[in-house]
Design a protein around this ligand. Structure first.
Ligand code: EPU
Length: 322
């Protein structure tokens, strides 16, 4: 197709998309593309914007629900840049900044967050242990400011290399980054590389902290099941899971999707589930929590495709990215 001319990119039309997410639900992407350099990623973004074609970046799909109809736009996967990253990681010893105990680790966007966190902990590079048990990629972790009780990704970010919404390849230093609760000002941009400020610690102690956090999460959350992690954001000072639990919604089911009995802010899906079952269940939970507590929950996950638009209530609830 002429549209892709001059770009260093692999393209697949009608590419399976839902199965690339943790929910493993939903239809195909009209186009899935793998840019092999940053300039091509920027060009795809600009061309898509010019033509009014929706586009997204897909990491591990840990926080995404794709509509059953699929996503009628361009989905960018940055894995082909990651191969370089792995090479770079092996070749390049971490640089030592002014603080002798400090260490800068460079991570490209599509690297697996858990693997990075585990590898750093093993090497005694402390600061990322709190990412134990959080699925996803480094790029997703920047955009979402991934985290929880033990810390957030933004805490260790030194700088972010990204393609901004005008298509410029720029670096945002720490003081130009804004990290909030599950949000950052990298949303709407394409993150492709991050410098992390870690510090040296005893490798055994660091790895032990990583494992302790992972164990604590496994004990509380249904991590082995198909889900997108927590569905709703915590309202200020409150826990969405607790509110859902108190409204008596554990095990509530719609089709092949149900509210986890272990942690009520998780919706789980069985293999026969449809994305629409999850969308319906989100609405049921939201309506009942509002009736019970007078609090309207906002979704934390991204919904891709027509379901987000069709379900006005879901969109109103704060679906970023639609
Ligand atoms: N609780 C219940 N019932 C439930 C779930 C929780 O009573 O079904 C209670 C817990 O007993 C606890 C309180 O609610 O007293 C808070 O629960 P938890 O410690 O599990 O934390 P959370 O606020 O529900 C947040 C993040 C998680 C993160 C954990 C641990 C959000 C929406 N969730 O959960 O992040 O793993 O803290 O750090 O911010 C995610 O973002 O996908 C995610 C799973």
């Amino acid at each position: 197709m002429d549209w892709w001319n001059g770009l260093k990119i692999r393209v697949q039309a009608d590419a399976p998309l839902g199965e690339r997410t943790w929910f493993r639900l939903g239809g195909p992407a009209r186009w899935m593309v793998w840019p092999t350099d940053v300039e091509s990623a920027a060009a795809v973004m600009l061309r898509a914007e010019e033509c009014g074609i929706p586009w997204r970046v897909l990491g591990r799909g840990a926080n995404v629900l794709v509509a059953d109809e699929g996503f009628d736009g361009i989905v960018m996967v940055l894995d082909d840049l990651a191969e370089r990253e792995d090479t770079e990681w092996r070749k390049r010893p971490p640089s030592t900044p002014a603080d002798p105990a400090g260490v800068t680790v460079t991570a490209y966007a599509s690297i697996d967050l858990m693997k990075l966190s585990h590898r750093c902990s093993q090497g005694g590079f402390a600061g990322l242990e709190c990412m134990a048990g959080i699925p996803g990629t480094v790029g997703g972790a920047v955009c979402m400011n991934a985290g929880g009780r033990w810390g957030a990704f933004g805490d260790v970010v030194q700088s972010v290399d990204l393609i901004d919404s005008a298509g410029r390849v720029i670096r945002r230093n720490r003081d130009e980054m804004e990290f909030g609760y599950r949000s950052s000002n990298a949303r709407g941009c394409i993150v492709w590389r991050v410098d992390l400020e870690l510090h040296r610690d005893d490798p055994e102690a660091t790895l032990a902290r990583f494992h302790d956090i992972w164990k604590a999460k496994k004990a509380e959350q249904p991590m082995a099941d198909r889900s997108a992690g927590c569905i709703f954001k915590n309202p200020p000072g409150l826990s969405a899971g607790k509110l859902i639990d108190e409204a008596g919604l554990k095990d509530t089911r719609r089709g092949g999707a149900w509210v986890s009995s272990r942690h009520a802010n998780f919706i789980l899906a069985e293999s026969t589930a449809k994305a629409n079952d999850v969308v319906e269940l989100i609405e049921v939970v939201r309506t009942r929590v509002e009736a019970h507590h007078g609090i309207r929950l906002q979704t934390e996950i991204d919904l891709w495709g027509p379901a987000a638009i069709a379900s006005a209530s879901v969109t109103k609830g704060g679906m970023v990215g639609e």
